[in-house]
Structures are given as C-alpha cells and as structure tokens.
Design a protein around this ligand. Structure first.
Ligand SMILES: *Cc1c(COP(=O)(O)O)cnc(C)c1O
Length: 381
C-alpha cells in the first residue's frame, strides 16, 4: 500500500483536514449531531421537505408496490412507470420538451458535459462553478477555460478567442458557495449560435426561485432559452437524484451517449415516487418560499446592524467570508460549542483566502432561530 500518512499530516497542519459528524433523527433545523442537540444552518433542505410526512408516506407506499432496488440501469429494465412519469412531470414543470433522470447531480453534470463535447472542443466555465462541472470538463477531454465570476464581458472575450470546435458554456444558476445568481439573460445572448451552448446547473435555484419554484432562469423570464438545464432533487426538493431538461434531441443524445446515465443503476422507484409528491408540494409552496425570503431579510438587516460583512446574496445561501481556513474553522468550532452548526468551507471548495461560514436557511427555521445565530455570531466575531 502507498504511504498516506504524509498527506494526512499536511492536511491537518493546514487546517484542511475534513471530518464528519454523526447526526441522528430527521433532517431539520434541530438535530442531534455527535450526541449533542444542535441548531443547524448548513443544510440545503431550503423548503424543509426532506422530512415531510406526505413525501415520506408516498415513499413508503411505493416501496410496497415496487420493492426497494430498481435492479438495473434505465436501458436494461430499471426504468419504471414512476421514472417515466416523473420525467414527463419535470419536463412539463420547467417547460421543456423532455427531461432525463440521473442518480445524482454530480453524475448528471459528468454525463451531460462528456456526451456533448470532446477533444478539440471547449468548456468555458464561470470561475466559481461547482466542482462537478470542472470534473465533467476534465472527463470530456475538451479544453477547460474559466471566465471571471458573473462577468459576461469576460465570457465574451473567451468566446471571441475560441474559433474552432464546439463551445459549451457552463454556469451555476445560484452559486453554491456564494448564493449569488448568474446573469442568465446576458449569458443566453452570448451563446445563440450553433457552435455554442449554455448549460445552467440550478441545484440551488430549483424549487426556491421563480414562479412555483421553477428556478433561477424563470425569475429572469429566460427559461426557454437555456439550452441545457440541470436541476437536483436532493436540495429544495428534499429527496434524491437529479435531472437534465431540454430539447428532445438533447435527451435522445444523452440516452445514447451519457456514460453516467447508461452504466449505472436507476434510482429506486420509491425515491422517484417521493419526488413526484415533492414536485406537487413544491409547486404549492409559495408560503414556504415567502417565509424563506422573510428569514433572509431578517438575517441580512440584523447582521448589518451588528456590522457583519455580508455578501450581496439574496438567496438562502448567505456566506460570511472570513479569510483563512484557520479563521473559518475557529469560528465554526466556537459556534458549535454554542450549539450552532454552520460548516466552515475551506479551499479547495472555495478559492484560497476566502474560507467562510456558509450559512443556509430553511423555511422551517424561525426568526428566533435566526436571532440565536446572530447572537452567537456576535459573541464569536
Ligand atoms: C449539490 C450540487 C451538485 C451535485 O448534486 P448531487 O445531487 O448532490 O450530486 C451539482 N451542482 C451544484 C451547483 C450543487 O450544489
């Protein structure tokens, strides 16, 4: 075996060592982690659906009907009526011809990018896109170029300088570690020719933003212009899995070529049935989205009064950038001692020098919860 000690020691010395907490019970603002009662602000369960009884009940019922395992990949005999129905419902929801389920968002990005571009092509990515899109670009063999975060001019500059091959522009809709929103109409207008396409990873906008939670593009009214839309189901939807939506030709191409679609077992049908219930609830969840906006507003105005340095984010992701990994880790540990769980996000997840607390809100938090967080932040900072 290789000697791994040196690497582990280096990670520890640089405050980059990663560990896991063992949590008990249902996902929610109050959870027992490592045996201690915690108030948490780090989940992506934005609408508080991960432990929703109606969704859980539909999963239980579907387990009786379908059993547990899906048994095989979609192209073999793992593609059930449940999968087929959810794909149609998701396509309808986001107003595209088709949608295709993947087992995770990570796999959706890997399989989609690598099916659409190859050696000789380009993936042009916002500087802060999710790690899965970077891995996807590497896997595809296309050349990876980055453009300055949320700067359409920088993208245009990249596009002007890539004259051969196809160009796939990739961005998060809502950036996972910053909470800000991509300037989608500008990105759309730069990617209209038939050698260029735009992929939007809306993991954090889907369910939260836009009419009925249709996502960040809906908020801008440019939903129809996103060539390739990726949404995840494990965040606001509270279940598990992901999908890619777009034209019939896009989805047929992915079915032929996408290796992370073809060579993997389909999601359990019961999980898919849970997501169908979740989709119904997400559409009706204006009250939860409204509550979320109130909590965000409350947090931002109170944090400002305390003199905390906030970003411009208007979404449930509210980063508090602290600087070094050590600083972020230190504050996160102090909060933990006060019974508050906020994870420290360190490089390489975020750029060097921008280690942070990634605070996230859920519709199931109360204003009192937010006040408790603010009080603890005031004491540690
Ligand atoms: C979480 C996330 C993913 C991965 O989705 P999973 O379903 O958790 O694999 C992809 N992109 C972004 C922006 C994410 O935040």
């Amino acid at each position: 075996m290789f000697p791994l000690q040196d690497f582990l020691k280096r990670q520890q010395a640089a405050d980059l060592y990663r560990t896991r907490r063992v949590c008990e019970g249902q996902q929610g603002p109050r959870q027992r982690c490592d045996g201690k009662e915690m108030l948490s602000f780090c989940s992506n369960d934005y609408l508080g659906l991960a432990a929703n009884p109606e969704i859980a009940e539909s999963m239980r019922k579907a387990t009786e009907r379908y059993g547990v395992g899906s048994g095989a990949a979609h192209l073999v005999n793992g593609h059930s009526h449940a999968h087929h129905a959810l794909e149609e419902e998701l396509a309808d929801f986001v107003g595209r011809e088709r949608a295709l389920l993947f087992s995770t968002g990570y796999m959706a990005n890997l399989g989609t990018v690598s099916a659409l571009v190859e050696r000789g092509d380009f993936v042009i990515a916002d500087k802060l896109v999710h790690a899965s899109l970077i891995d996807a670009a590497k896997l595809s063999g296309a050349r990876l170029q980055r453009y300055l975060h949320n700067e359409p001019d920088a993208l245009q500059h990249r596009l002007v300088n890539t004259t051969s091959g196809k160009r796939l522009v990739v961005t998060d809709g809502v950036f996972s570690m910053d909470g800000d929103i991509a300037p989608l109409p500008e990105l759309v207008s730069l990617t209209r020719d038939d050698q260029t396409a735009l992929l939007v990873d809306d993991a954090h906008g889907f369910g939260v933003l836009g009419k009925q939670g249709r996502g960040s593009a809906d908020q801008f009214g440019c939903h129809d212009d996103i060539d390739i839309l990726m949404g995840t189901l494990g965040k606001a939807f509270g279940t598990f899995g992901a999908f890619v939506a777009g034209s019939n030709d896009l989805i047929e191409t992915l079915i032929q070529k996408s290796r992370s679609y073809i060579y993997t077992t389909a999601l359990p049908a019961a999980v898919v049935e849970a997501t169908r219930t979740s989709l119904r609830l997400v559409k009706q969840a204006d009250d939860r989205r409204e509550k979320l906006q109130q909590l965000i507003k409350h947090f931002r105005s109170s944090a400002k009064q305390l003199g905390l340095e906030l970003s411009g984010s208007q979404t449930p992701i509210q980063p508090l950038v602290l600087g070094t990994a050590e600083q972020a880790l230190n504050v996160s540990q102090q909060l933990e001692q006060a019974g508050i769980l906020v994870t420290a996000i360190r490089p390489p997840t975020v750029p060097e020098g921008s280690a942070r607390l990634r605070i996230t809100f859920s519709a199931t938090h109360t204003e009192q919860d937010v006040d408790q967080l603010l009080l603890a932040l005031e004491q540690c900072l």
